[in-house]
Design a protein around this ligand. Structure first.
Ligand code: G3P
Length: 220
């Protein structure tokens, strides 16, 4: 499963990219706004890190505007996936951009039927927002299960990008279901690494290492 960071913070992206576990980045208008810098500046810096997949979202709500922004973003850098919301206009824009070979990440997906539509119009990624469903007392992971079943039955090539991930169990459940990608905040990705027994074990090894006698150095 590919692991993406859901952030527009270039320092977070650089830090995780260096570890070798990062496969991509997703941004959205809210995440870009948090950076307090122009969109193009942030996007250029993210792409220059060398990340192979960078999702950048359109803000137009009509087809023509989505197409114009989609074309601009696709030309911006080869790593870009154009993020388009799940609306009627978004479906049409996705169909047209996909038919031109531009990769689209259909976002704000909250039902399996919406995911079915995203696949039908040729989206490269579908982004079910599982944490926001959990917030509404609906089981977000069940949505991933349904999408996996439907895509498997019809052989859709659209990759399932599990979004709005809030904790490591979301990542675990998404992986068990065979989701293609999970995108998560830095804090969740850091928690994937951590285990208290790892910390305790390492502390003990280092303490015991102090008891190992050292050979005397010096002399020819
Ligand atoms: O980037 C889209 C999604 O991951 C947002 O997550 O936590 O704002 O629901 P969240």
């Amino acid at each position: 499963m590919k692991l993406f960071l859901d952030t527009a913070s270039v320092s977070e992206i650089r830090q995780m990219w260096a570890t070798g576990i990062l496969d991509g980045v997703t941004t959205n208008p809210s995440l870009v706004a948090k950076e307090g810098r122009p969109f193009e500046t942030v996007l250029r810096e993210i792409c220059e890190v060398g990340i192979p997949s960078v999702s950048a979202e359109v803000t137009a709500t009509e087809v023509d505007g989505m197409l114009a922004e989609g074309h601009r973003l696709a030309k911006f850098h080869p790593a870009i996936y154009v993020k388009i919301p799940m609306t009627v206009a978004g479906l049409e824009a996705t169909k047209r951009l996909s038919s031109e070979g531009i990769r689209v990440n259909m976002t704000l997906v909250f039902s399996a039927n919406q995911a079915l539509l995203a696949a039908k119009v040729g989206a490269s990624y579908v982004s079910p927002f599982i944490g926001r469903l959990d917030d509404q007392s609906q089981d977000g992971i069940e949505l991933v299960r349904d999408i996996r079943t439907i895509y498997g039955q019809y052989g859709f090539k659209t990759e399932i990008l599990v979004a709005s991930v809030r904790h490591p169990v979301h990542v675990l459940e998404a992986a068990k279901l065979g989701a293609d990608i999970a995108t998560m905040p830095m804090a969740v990705m850091e928690k994937l690494v951590q285990h208290p027994l790892t910390d305790l074990g390492l502390a003990k090894f280092l303490k015991d290492w102090q008891k190992v006698p050292h050979e005397k150095s010096g002399g020819a």
